[in-house]
Design a protein around this ligand. Sequence first.
Ligand SMILES: *[C@@H]1O[C@H](CO)[C@@H](O)[C@H](O)[C@H]1NC(C)=O
Ligand SMILES: *[C@@H]1O[C@H](CO)[C@@H](O)[C@H](O)[C@H]1NC(C)=O
Ligand SMILES: [Cu+2]
Length: 255
Amino acid sequence: MFGLVSAFVLSALAATSVKAHGYVQDVVIGSTHYTGYLPYSDPYYPTPPERIIRPIPGNGPVTNLTLIDIQCNGYTEGGVVGSKPAPIFASPVPAGSQVHLNWTTWPDSHKGPIITYLARAPSDITKWQPGTSAVWFKVDESGKTADGKWAATDLLAASNSIYTFTIPPKLKAGQYIIRHEIIALHSAFDQFGAQFYPSCIQIEVTGSGNALPTSGLVAFPGAYTESTPGIVFDIYADPTLPYPIPGPAVWTGGD
Ligand SMILES: *[C@@H]1O[C@H](CO)[C@@H](O)[C@H](O)[C@H]1NC(C)=O
Ligand SMILES: *[C@@H]1O[C@H](CO)[C@@H](O)[C@H](O)[C@H]1NC(C)=O
Ligand SMILES: [Cu+2]
């Protein structure tokens, strides 16, 4: 049985290794490790392991900003359109805690920003699909430093492929999807060239805070278009040119 599984895994890996990009393979919150959705092994188990990250088809990007795939890296199975919910969620995640996102090895050519959103689930997160509703607010972003260092390559490489952000300390308790993405800009000098690598991670925030954004929520698809600043950008041009991170302003969480 296991030999068969491994053969499947190996052939899947061989088929995709030519364009190896990446995904979040592990999430650490407090002292708890949550293994990410592993697209080259999880689907091949007779009983797939339960993950907190919504399924993705592989390590490749989404490039069409009009598709629902841009929300959680698109996974369609059995008529599911958009993100298929994961069966479990990380809990407890105290408001104010750090979330550590462990990416697979990221190619140095794939320079770009790292951006993180949250969406509050109105009901059971293991069944919720946001669809095209404007429910997302940005909680963290990192683009290019003044001396030309990019989040997705320089910053990630310097931290062992771990990106860390903080849940807003006063965020109201409840279930949330974290939409965490790298945008790779190596072909973004022209329209339709930017590559999006989103991951959707399900969590349950605890605490006594009562803060929620009251305006400025965005939808995926919808938040980005080919004319949004930072979607078309030439990383090979003047390296001192500041990079405008796409999407709304970061919500500071009522601080
Ligand atoms: C994006 O997807 C839409 C809907 O399927 C399609 O009409 C459009 O041609 C696609 N755009 C690109 C650049 O592939
Ligand atoms: C990231 O996850 C991989 C796979 O689980 C693991 O081998 C590696 O040690 C993790 N990196 C860190 C810095 O924890
Ligand atoms: Cu790539």
